[in-house]
Each structure stands twice: as C-alpha cells, then as structure tokens.
Design a protein around this ligand. Structure first.
Ligand code: CAP
Ligand code: MG
Length: 430
C-alpha cells in the first residue's frame, strides 16, 4: 500500500488555467529522490499535500492541488489554483509558496525564483500610492535620477548633527537625506527630535534653493510605533517614510502602506537582511520575487543593487529588478524572471546604493538610466572638500553621463568632480 502520493501533484501535460499563480523554482533533489518526486513534493507541501496518504480525501480537494507542469533540469514550474489564496493577503501567499518547502529533507536546495500573479489575484492589492510619475510631480524632479545620501558614519550623530549634515546634503544639490537601516530612535538621536530638526533644516534649504527637499526617515519598529512615527512625519510635512521591509515583515508593510497612503506619504523600502535568503544562487528566495511582492503591497521604491558597488549583485539582476519595478508589463527573462502584467498596480523606483561615489555614477546609470533613485553616501561625505562638494561632484558626474562625455573631460571644468576623481578615480569597493 502506497504511503505517499507526491506523484499525484505531477502532470507534465497540464496546461495551467489563465487565473492560476505560476511559480518557477530551482531545485536539487536529495540522494535517491527522483526529479519528478522532488518536484511533486514541492507542489504537495506548498498546497494540499502531506507526507502520507490519508484515510479520507474528499474528491473536491483535488481541485485545490498544485500541479507540476514543467520540469527542465533543475528548474520546475508549478501552478496553483486561485482558490488556495486569501484575497489580498501577501503573507499567506508567502506561507504557501515560500514556506515549509525550504526545509524538506527530500531537497538539498530550493530557490523560489519568481511567480506570475494573475489579474484575478493582483486586483486585491493596492500597489504604490503615487507611482513614479506621481513621485516626480511630488518632488518636481524630471529627466534625471532622484538623488540622496545617508549621513555617515551610519549611526552615532546627535539629531542636531544629523540635521546639519542633512542641510549640507540638500545645499549640495541632493533631493533626499536618508536614515540608515539601523538608525530609528536612540538615546543620542531620538526619532521625534530628528523629525523636528530635519524639518527645520529642510525648510531652510527649500527657502535658499527654491527646490523641494525631502528625507527617508526610518520609522521601523512594531506596527503601532511605526504608525505613530508616520503620523509625526505627516505633522511635520514629510512626504516619505522609510521602512526596513524585510525585518518589519510583509504584513506590517501592508498595514503601513495604507496608513501612509491616507497621509499622502510614500514608502522608501530598505531591504536589509535580504542577502540572508537571496544571495545563495542555489537556495532561498530571489530579490526579483521580493521586489515583486513589495511593489504589489505598495512601496514606492526599493533597493536593487549597483553591481559595481560594495554589495553583491550582478548588472543583469539590477536591470531585471528595474523592469519588475518600472514596467506595466514585465517580460520574462529566461530562468531569472517570469512574465507579469501589472494591471492597475502603479510603478515603483529601483534604488541604487552601496559603495557608490562620483567615479561610479556612469556605470550605474548605464544599468538603470534616469528612472532611478541614486543614493551616494560615503561617496559624498568622504569627498576631500566635504559633503556639499561631494554632492556637487556626483551631480557633475550625472551631467557628464547625460552629455555623453567622460568624467575626466567633465572634470576639466568641474573642480568638485576633479577632486572626487583624485581621491577615488573609478575605484570599485570590495
Ligand atoms: C549605503 C548604505 C545602504 C546600502 C544597502 C549602507 O551606504 O547606506 O544601506 O546601500 O545596500 O549602509 O551601506 P554607502 P543595498 O553609500 O556609504 O555605501 O542598497 O544593496 O540594499
Ligand atoms: Mg545603509
């Protein structure tokens, strides 16, 4: 008598229905487990199955089973009936297609690469509040990347010192000042103090430059605290909040998306902790999938790597991530991303950050073009002549790229860029 029924979840001739969720996984069967059985186990454990045959199995349950419909080497495509999913509940989707299956003994490795979410599924989600055009209107920034910087060292300044560095960043020509991922509210830099002092400096910089200035102030904490912090941001006229979305969790991001949207506040999503599950090419969850879920639940922008900076990630990965965030319809790319029609879900910005300085700006813009939030932090505060000159050097580098001239040519008439190249050249941090 068979004790398991994994092969009931495999049908290589199956044609998925239009409104089914399709997932692409990379998988490595354990010793002695066939590819078909391993794939069947993934489909079983992520839908209705368990390890043993059951005494009673109502026939209608078969309509809820996931189906392995394509196996190509170490890649498998699995379709999931829509009825499995709780409308508008992203955490529940993750518990299904990105839950127990990573721990199955029958697999040596498993990686969720991407999912195609049908219109019938995504219609329950709100997506970003503004969309990229809306953000550009909000900030009155057109035809170039939006720019920002984090005060560095990343944590330790008093709220007053932080605000003064923010003022210099804005006066150097940048649009945003970003909190770092591990700065929320500390004895030396209380959130409320920072919100107030930064607002004073923002108002000053706006008066002196005539430009709109803003900040990604980090509200990360438990959901109630995040709501209180977002409300304070609104009171001081801020139009963004920053959340470390992986540590906060998808459910919290969904709650804050609605709370912030009612306040007219966009969400900057920092992705700290993502490399715990997206860096190993054979196991975990890709940044493609994280970016998709975060756009779906409604962040306005999320970090997507630089390829040339200090943190892991390839050029192709950054380009694919940019498409997942910026396109109305994402075209599938081989075994890296699946097709996605975004319907009513507005666009979001990729954020390039991490180990950047003026000498690397052309490399990053070659990957992303101008539909980008470009964050250069150490790369402006480390400028030989300080923050304002660093920001100016970065802007000069952007202008050079736009005019199609080399940085060296631009540097002949731009002393801040010349000084930046003198210190860093085109150095790629390790
Ligand atoms: C960059 C940064 C960002 C990283 C996050 C940092 O500072 O503030 O958190 O960019 O990585 O703390 O390292 P620098 P990613 O510009 O001084 O490196 O963007 O890949 O998520
Ligand atoms: Mg940081």
């Amino acid at each position: 008598m068979a004790i398991d029924w994994y092969m009931d979840f495999v049908d290589l001739g199956y044609e998925p229905e239009k409104n089914e969720i399709i997932c692409l996984y990379y998988f490595e069967p354990a010793e002695g487990i066939s590819r078909e059985e391993a794939a069947g186990r993934i489909a079983s454990e992520s839908s209705t199955g368990t390890w043993t045959t059951l005494h009673t199995l109502p026939p209608r349950m078969r309509d809820l089973q996931a189906t392995v419909f394509e196996i190509d080497g170490n890649y498998v495509k699995i379709s999931y009936p829509l009825a499995l999913w709780d409308e508008g509940n992203a955490p529940q989707l993750l518990s299904g297609i990105a839950g127990n299956i990573f721990g199955m003994k029958a697999l040596l490795n498993l990686r969720l690469i991407d999912a195609t979410l049908p219109a019938e599924y995504i219609r329950h989600f709100k997506g970003p509040h503004f969309g990229n055009e809306g953000i550009r209107k909000l900030m009155n920034v057109h035809g170039r990347p939006l720019t920002g910087a984090v005060p560095k060292p990343k944590i330790g300044f008093s709220a007053q010192e932080h605000a003064e560095i923010g003022y210099d960043t804005w006066m150097g020509g940048f649009d945003f000042v970003k909190d770092d991922e591990n700065l929320t509210s500390t004895a030396f830099n209380r959130f409320d103090d920072r919100v107030d002092l930064m607002a004073r400096m923002r108002n000053k910089a706006e008066q002196e430059t005539g430009e709109i200035k803003s900040a990604f102030i980090n509200i990360t904490g438990d959901t109630e605290i995040m709501e209180k912090r977002a409300a304070l941001l609104a009171e001081y006229g801020w139009n963004y909040a920053m959340i470390d979305v992986v540590v906060a969790g998808t459910a919290a991001v969904m709650t804050l998306r609605d709370f912030c949207s009612d306040l007219g506040i966009a969400i900057h999503a920092h992705r700290a902790m993502h490399a715990a599950f997206d860096r190993n090419p054979e196991h975990g969850i890709t940044m493609q999938f994280l970016a998709k879920i975060m756009r779906l639940v409604g962040v306005s922008q999320i970090h997507t790597g630089t390829a040339v900076g200090k943190l892991a990630g390839t050029r192709q990965e950054s380009a694919v991530l940019a498409d997942i965030l910026r396109q109305e319809r994402t075209r599938g790319v081989g075994r890296i991303a699946l097709d996605q029609d975004w319907g009513h879900i507005k666009t979001a910005f990729p954020v390039a950050s991490g180990g950047l300085h003026p000498g690397l700006v052309p490399d990053v813009l070659d990957i992303y073009g101008t539909e980008l939030v470009l964050l250069i932090s150490g790369g402006i505060h480390g400028h030989p002549d300080g923050t304002r000159s660093g920001a100016r050097a970065a802007i000069q580098a952007m202008e050079a790229w736009k005019d199609g001239i080399t940085l060296e040519e631009k540097a002949r008439t731009s002393r801040e860029l010349a000084a930046a190249l003198g210190k860093w050249g085109h150095y790629r941090p390790k």
